[in-house]
Each structure stands twice: as structure tokens, then as C-alpha cells.
Design a protein around this ligand. Structure first.
Ligand SMILES: *Cc1c(COP(=O)(O)O)cnc(C)c1O
Length: 365
């Protein structure tokens, strides 16, 4: 059996360091925020080459609290991709605002910058591109549009730790990036976690208030805040794992290159990386009109695959109230019917990948 992703392997590689770091937190008697969380925030900000990192409880809260800190509220509109994970949309709804879907580019699966302008009106406050599958979205034209209309840009980087755009790590381009440290992400905790990176000092300060009951001095509440904090146990784990991020991403990169070479010409649509992008290869996603039979063939050969994502947000029951119907966002809908994520991760061995490739090449549609 070749699993889609082996979550135990990264822990086992770092077991001695992680166990020691967790044990130190357990011994410290300090279990919420504090020095271990501060240290991780400084390390992650330095890694991203950004001034501030504010950690929070999870990636959804990172998005939600940043939108609130940007002043998004009821009646406002936020531009989102039509083919993202539902968290991107939920963060907007949680502010009482409306997610306005924009179709992705067929080539890259990321939001199509040429379709953003037609979705902007006087209620639009923020553009929220997603670096889906770890592929950097085309941020340069998005920033140009945002500046032209006075909008803010929040990037969903939940799948893109360590990805680069034009040589720079994500985070220095737009106003802020929201990150998730869900265990399966490229930088994953052993539980929930999230963060926001930004060069905007005022935004960072507002986020620090919002994540902690609206309070910077204990029992003095400046705004009606939330409880969304990264705990020191997870921060300690993340500090250990951060040292491995680039090495693990380069292993993902090699696996992706090998898939690209071995699967070229086999009839599947393979990921396309623009020249200015260094992806984090969170997922390796192929597309096929025979997706269901290909997945069944791989399952029969003992190979785990997943679909990211089978139902686009506008067709989810959760968003029935927006009144969308099948056919409204055809590119997202076709992708949902065709995408298949192959096994990918820093601990996938060459022998395992050989088996995946052989099984795909033996598929007769
Ligand atoms: C994982 C993910 C999130 C949410 O992160 P959580 O930590 O699970 O809340 C948001 N957006 C995208 C694109 C994701 O993949």
C-alpha cells in the first residue's frame, strides 16, 4: 500500500527534537501564548522575510481575523476563487460579508487576474487569492488592480509555505498572508494552528488584539475579540519543523519533476508552473476526464489518491442561500470533476513513486 500522505514519517524523522521541545513546554508551566509562541512567530516572520507574524488557532481564523482587521463587515464583498477549499469562503461569510467568486485560469488552477476587474463594485473591499496546491497565484496583476481600486489583498497561503514568486517568499507582495499549520500542510503542527504574516504594523497589532479577547492588558478589553491562539506545544513543534521546511520542499520539488518527466504524454493534464513561480508542491494534481476510473484503477493497485476538491463552494449546500446553480462557474466545475491528487510528500520514496508512475502508465481508459 502506498498512502496518499504519511503523516507519521515527518514526526519520526524529528522525533528526538520534537519530544524534547514538547517536554520543555510541559515542564515550563506556561501553556497559552508566552515566550515559545513569540519565538516561533519571530522565526516564521524571518523565514518569510516579513516584519510581523501573528499566530492564531488555525488557518480559517487567520483568514477571518485578518478580514475583520481590514475592516470587512456586513454588506461588504470579497473576491475569492471559485475553485478553492471552502475555508476561503467561510472566512468571508463569518464577517457577514459576501464571497464573490472569480474563475481560475485553466492553465494554472489559480484565480484568473483578467476576470477580477469585472467582479469589482463599490462594495468590494478585499481581493483574496489562494496559492492553490502550493502554486503561487499571479500576484503582480492582482496588486495592480487592487491599487487602482483602493482594495486590500489578503493571500490564502495555507498550501504554500516556502513557495516563491519572482524570487521572494510569499508575504511581501500583498497586505497580508494567512497560513494554516494543519498537520497535512507543508509546515504542519501536531494539531491545529495558523498565523498571519504582514509588513503592516497596525494590522499586526489589531490581529494581536482580536486573537486574544480584544485585550493587550489582562482584563482590559479594547474591542470585542475572539479566542484564537496558537498554543506553545504546537509552536515548539513548528519551530523544530521549520528548520526542515526548505529541505522537505526540495524533496517535494524533485518528486514533482519526476512526475512531470515520467507522465508527459500519457494523456493526463499535468500541473503547469509559470516561469516566475517556485511552487511549494503541497499537492501534485493531474486532470483527466476519466478521473473516476483512473482513481479506481490506482486504488485497485494499492495507491492512495484524493480529490481537491470534489464540490466547488458555490454548489455546496452551505452556500445554497447565494442562489448559484450548476453551470454558473464552469471552469471550477470541470476542475472539480477532473482533478486527482497523486501521492506527494517529503517521505514518498523513489520506489513508491515508481509504483505510482507504473500504475498510471498501465491505465487503459
Ligand atoms: C487548510 C486550508 C485552510 C484552512 O486551514 P485550517 O487550519 O484547517 O483552518 C484555508 N485555506 C486553504 C486553501 C486550505 O488548504
Amino acid at each position: 500500500m502506498i498512502p496518499f500522505l504519511d503523516l507519521k514519517a515527518p514526526y519520526n524523522e524529528l522525533r528526538i527534537e520534537i519530544d524534547a521541545a514538547v517536554s520543555d513546554v510541559l515542564q515550563s508551566g506556561w501553556y497559552i501564548l508566552g515566550p515559545v509562541v513569540d519565538r516561533f512567530e519571530q522565526e516564521y516572520a524571518a523565514y518569510c522575510e516579513i516584519k510581523h507574524c501573528v499566530s492564531v488557532g488555525n488557518g480559517l481564523d487567520a483568514l477571518h481575523l485578518t478580514l475583520l482587521a481590514m475592516g470587512v463587515g456586513p454588506g461588504d464583498e470579497v473576491i475569492v476563487p471559485s475553485n478553492t477549499y471552502i475555508a476561503t469562503w467561510l472566512a468571508v461569510s463569518q464577517c457577514g460579508a459576501i464571497p464573490i467568486p472569480v474563475e481560475p485560469s485553466e492553465a494554472t488552477c489559480n484565480i484568473d487576474p483578467t476576470k477580477i476587474e469585472q467582479a469589482i463594485n463599490k462594495r468590494t473591499k478585499v481581493i483574496l487569492p489562494v496559492h492553490l496546491y502550493g502554486q503561487p497565484a499571479d500576484i503582480t496583476p492582482i496588486l495592480t488592480i487592487a491599487r487602482q481600486y483602493g482594495l486590500r489583498v489578503l493571500e490564502d497561503g495555507a498550501q504554500a509555505h516556502g513557495a516563491r514568486h519572482n524570487g521572494r517568499y510569499l508575504g511581501g507582495h500583498g497586505d497580508a498572508v494567512a497560513w494554516s499549520f494543519y498537520p497535512g500542510k507543508n509546515l504542519g503542527a501536531l494539531g491545529d494552528g495558523g498565523a498571519v504574516t504582514t509588513n503592516d504594523t497596525e494590522l499586526a497589532e489589531r490581529l494581536r488584539l482580536l486573537r486574544n479577547y480584544g485585550s493587550s492588558v489582562k482584563y482590559v478589553n479594547e474591542v470585542r475579540g475572539y479566542n484564537s491562539r496558537l498554543d506553545p506545544i504546537q509552536a515548539a513543534v513548528l519551530s523544530v519543523k521549520l528548520h526542515k521546511l526548505n529541505e522537505w520542499n526540495s524533496r517535494r520539488h524533485k518528486i514533482a519533476q519526476r512526475y512531470q518527466q515520467s507522465l508527459a504524454g500519457c494523456g493526463l493534464r499535468l500541473p503547469l508552473t509559470p516561469h516566475w513561480a517556485v511552487p511549494a508542491w503541497h499537492l501534485y494534481v493531474v486532470r483527466s476526464p476519466q478521473r473516476e476510473s483512473l482513481q479506481a484503477h490506482l486504488t485497485a493497485n494499492g495507491i492512495g489518491t484524493l480529490i481537491h476538491y470534489p464540490i466547488p463552494p458555490h454548489l455546496q449546500q452551505a452556500y445554497l442561500n447565494l442562489g448559484y446553480k450548476p453551470g454558473d462557474f464552469p471552469i471550477a466545475e470541470t476542475m472539480a470533476n477532473q482533478v486527482l491528487s497523486l501521492p506527494m510528500g517529503p517521505h514518498l520514496t523513489t520506489a513508491q513513486q515508481d509504483k505510482v508512475i507504473a500504475a498510471i502508465l498501465s491505465f487503459k481508459s
